[in-house]
Design a protein around this ligand. Structure first.
Ligand SMILES: [Zn+2]
Length: 349
């Protein structure tokens, strides 16, 4: 007995005892945590099972009317369906919510969500109908007007889109960019005027407003590089570096290139000229310094300055946030397959 107490007082024994207690507590808390998590998962599974296959519209309406879920919860569920691209289920929920409670307090907001989901799903006619219905009762909703404008733009009804700008203007919304954009878009898509007149109108537009370089010069360099070079403000050249990069050698204007450090770097990197030995842009600098036969080139990605989404293709209006002229070019080095295929396009340089 006495020896037991001696051992109990032994510091080594105390440490072992303490460790044993810690181990026991940790084990039970781990086991309890696992048990709770499992239980939670089961609850979530049971909850989500109800929505894996939504009941048909009739039953869904009944479910919405009879369930304890608030309309806010149903809206959250519809929103999560929209985020995963399951627009059909989101549309069903919005429609049935509106049907179930005709006098609902936030009916306009739910209708707007329904219109937006129709728009995202590509049902432009239906979304237009919903937006017009909201505006009939509440014409002072700028967010609805903006979406109505997008519908008209997608259906190429530019006159109708321009008309939407008037109420937006009255609501003190800044519509300058939208007006310019729609004007250029309408011109570029016009089929009833000849190319020469179209070109002249676009040039007049740019001289007057000095904006939307990607739209203006994307078009001008495609149809008349000479005019494009004449009208280009070289300080804006970095905004359209991808368009300039893809020009053929015989389309270049060497007088203008010689006046711009950026253009000299760009075309030295491309291998069309040999005017510089370095560049502040990392990717161009690498290309300038690499031997000509290296199978490396520059590619571009398109970052929206507003929402920070990166796209593989250029855009005039961001597909994610719908802002206009927000492209920021990102350079990246790529393998040059043309050189790999033994093209001798510019080997005489
Ligand atoms: Zn964006």
């Amino acid at each position: 007995m006495g020896s037991f107490f001696i051992e109990f007082r032994d510091p080594l024994f105390s440490i072992i005892l303490l460790l044993a207690i810690i181990f026991t507590i940790s084990f039970f808390s781990y086991w309890w945590g696992r048990y709770r998590a499992k239980d939670n998962y089961k609850f979530l599974d049971r909850f989500l099972e109800q929505f894996d296959t939504l009941p048909n519209q009739e039953n869904l309406g009944e479910l919405i009317r009879s369930s304890n879920l608030s309309s806010k919860s149903w809206l959250l569920l519809a929103d999560s369906y929209t985020k995963t691209g399951d627009y059909e289920k989101a549309i069903e929920i919005y429609t049935e919510l509106l049907r179930a409670d005709e006098g609902m307090e936030n009916a306009k907001e739910v209708m707007f969500l329904l219109g937006k989901t129709y728009f995202k799903a590509g049902f432009l006619g239906r979304s237009k109908k919903v937006f017009l219905e909201i505006l009939e009762k509440s014409p002072r909703m700028p967010q609805v007007l903006h979406y109505l404008l997008l519908v008209y733009e997608h259906t190429r009804d530019y006159n109708a889109a321009l008309e939407v700008l008037e109420p937006l203007d009255e609501l003190q919304e800044d519509i300058t960019k939208e007006r310019h954009y729609l004007r250029v878009l309408a011109l570029l898509n016009a089929t009833d005027i000849d190319e020469e007149l179209k070109k002249r109108e676009i040039v007049f537009f740019y001289r007057e407003h000095k904006t939307l370089e990607r739209m203006v010069f994307g078009y001008l360099f495609r149809i008349d590089p000479k005019t494009a070079w004449r009208e280009l403000d070289v300080e804006k050249a970095p905004k359209i570096a991808d368009i300039l990069w893809n020009l053929d050698k015989e389309e270049l204007d060497y007088d203008i290139i010689s006046k711009s450090g950026f253009l000299q770097e760009l075309y030295s990197a491309k291998g069309y000229i040999q005017q510089v030995t370095s560049s502040d842009i990392f990717e161009l600098d690498i290309l300038v310094k690499l031997p000509r036969e290296a199978q490396v080139t520059v590619g571009f990605e398109y970052l929206c300055k507003n929402c920070k989404v990166v796209f593989p293709f250029g855009f005039d209006r961001c597909n994610a946030c719908h802002q206009i002229d927000t492209v920021e070019l990102e350079y990246n080095l790529q393998k040059d397959y043309k050189k790999g295929m033994g093209e001798e396009g510019d080997s005489f340089l």
